[in-house]
Write a protein that binds this ligand. Structure first.
Ligand code: NDP
Length: 496
């Protein structure tokens, strides 16, 4: 068993209470490390450190070019330790080593990109209608930011928040999911500690949602909360943060439609449907969990899809050939199985999988077989609620009009896929679907350059892309009067 400490104010510390909890390998079910169980006392310590680093430390005052230089160093350290960081995530989360190799290889780009943006944050001189005034806008960092992240892509999702926040000059306290804290702690040791970031700029509090997360979200010195997780928790976090008027961004759940028209390239679309729901064992917010199939190709498509999904190799996520790994947490495992029962109870027809995978089928401790339901209608719970596992609901549609209606008839709006060879239809669908991302003839593509986030119950604000940095900045309007004073003190000095 490894013993981790947490990282506060540039030091490695235990929880003040001395309490710890165990983290386990979801492939074997065996515990492999102990993690500090932080509570309000540790959260106070971390936020005070971040607040000191913001108010009195060198980070926000440093020239943006110098900040960018440190961020490039962070990127280089990720490159150096990519393999190790990926292996830790595989062990703690059950993510496939092939997926982690791709994620950790790409992660440095966030720090290169936002590090490059640090010295391109510009204010403006504004020509108001009072020529005696010199008026300009400053762009300032918001202050201490609290990040709350889920268990499904712990390092990548922390990176999406950390990079723009640091570029803006903010300081940070991160609470990872209690199920997957290890990779972030390794990141602190191998990357942040070595990068030259001043103490207190990035801090971590490990622990449980209610005990660690809530004191962080409600702390009066936290200016901004950036949360990724489920919509129910997101609503609670939003409510808590509102009491002290914090800025909030939320990246929440989804039930994304993956829409296949009869003019698609069939084999590409079949592969896209598999990628949409079985990649990452379906534990992804952008899972294409509602497959909308045009009636005319339904039967042929289902046949090909089932044939391809059947070949998915379940097994040890640490092996390069594995394609479907374990479910990360025991509650999630139970939740997926219960949704399979719900779907069966609602009258959906299970044409593949439909339960736990045995050892002979490649399964380990928490494995669910890739599962496909046909005969789903969009009113069923299996069509409306996020399962967050390898369970696909197939819904038929007649024409474009009906596809749009079904796609949008849902509380969520995170992603959508469209498979068609018609350019006209591709643009029309992209315009009409209410989702933060629409992929056409591809699925699950992400980039640091493209904004990511949700419509409706899938979230507030955007991560990635140039606009993400805006979430960590605020404007200050400065009016300098170069003319005479005086005038009527009881009348507002309007411009013009
Ligand atoms: P949860 O909402 O359960 O938890 C997310 C984080 O919030 C965890 O760190 C959790 O801690 C913490 N938390 C729980 N309760 C509170 C609270 N009252 N106050 C503050 N923090 C709290 O989500 P999961 O971890 O189960 O992740 C899966 C969800 O995340 C799915 O719905 C998925 O769609 C969504 N997601 C969204 C993404 C997006 O970008 N839109 C990307 C990835 C996932 P603890 O683990 O200790 O409970």
């Amino acid at each position: 068993m490894l013993t981790y400490q947490t990282y506060i104010d540039g030091k490695w510390v235990d929880a003040a209470s001395g309490k710890t909890f165990q983290t386990f390998d979801p492939y074997t079910g065996e515990p492999w490390a102990s993690i500090p169980e932080c509570d309000k006392v540790d959260v106070d310590r971390a936020v005070e450190a971040a607040s000191r680093a913001f108010e009195a430390g060198p980070w926000p005052k440093m020239t943006p070019t110098a900040r960018g230089r440190i961020m490039r160093r962070i990127a280089q350290l990720i490159e150096k330790h990519a393999e190790h960081l990926g292996q830790i995530e595989v062990r703690d989360n059950g993510k496939l080593i092939s997926e982690m190799a791709a994620q950790t290889k790409y992660m440095p780009e966030w720090f290169y990109y936002y590090g490059g943006l640090a010295d391109k944050i510009q204010g403006a001189v504004v020509p108001v209608d009072r020529p005696e005034h010199f008026t300009y806008i400053l762009r300032e960092p918001v202050g201490v930011c609290a990040f709350i992240t889920p268990w499904n892509s712990p390092l990548m999702l922390a990176t999406w928040k950390m990079a723009p926040a640091l570029a803006a000059g903010c300081t940070v306290v991160i609470k990872p999911s209690e199920f997957t804290s290890a990779s972030l702690l390794e990141f602190m040791k191998l990357v942040i500690e070595e990068s030259g970031l001043p103490p207190g700029v990035v801090n971590v509090v490990t622990g449980y949602g209610a005990v660690t997360g809530e004191p962080l979200v409600t702390h009066p010195k936290v200016a901004k909360v950036a949360f990724t997780g489920g919509s129910v928790t997101g609503a609670r976090v939003n409510e808590l943060a509102a009491k002290t008027f914090k800025k909030v961004s939320l990246e929440l759940g989804g039930k994304s439609p993956n829409i296949v028209f009869d003019d698609c390239i069939l084999d590409d679309a079949v592969s896209g449907a598999v990628s949409g729901i079985f990649a990452a064992t379906g534990q992804t917010c952008i899972a294409g969990s509602r497959l909308l199939l045009q009636e005319s190709i339904h039967d042929k498509f289902v046949e090909k899809l089932v044939a391809m999904a059947k070949t998915a190799r379940l097994g040890n996520p640490a092996l390069a050939e594995t394609q479907v790994g374990p479910v990360t947490t025991p509650p999630q495992y139970q939740k997926i199985l219960s949704y399979i029962d719900i779907a069966k109870g609602e009258g959906a027809k299970c044409v593949l999988g439909g339960g736990p995978a045995t050892k002979e089928e490649g399964g380990g401790k928490y494995f669910v077989k890739p599962t496909i339901f046909t005969g789903v209608n969009n009113k069923m719970r299996i069509a409306q609620e996020e399962v967050f596992g390898p369970v696909l609901s197939i819904i038929k549609f007649k024409d474009e009009e009906e596809a749009v209606q079904i796609a949008n008839d849902i509380a969520y709006g995170l992603g959508a896929g469209v498979w068609t060879q018609s350019v006209k239809r591709a643009h029309a669908m992209a315009a009409r679907i209410k989702a933060g991302t629409v992929w056409v003839n591809t699925y699950r593509a992400v980039s640091f350059l493209m904004p990511f986030g949700g419509y409706k119950a899938s979230g507030l604000g955007r991560e990635n892309g140039a606009e993400a940095i805006e979430g960590y900045l605020q404007s200050k309007s400065v009016w300098i009067n170069n003319g005479p004073g005086g005038g009527n003190p009881f009348v507002m000095k309007t411009a013009g």
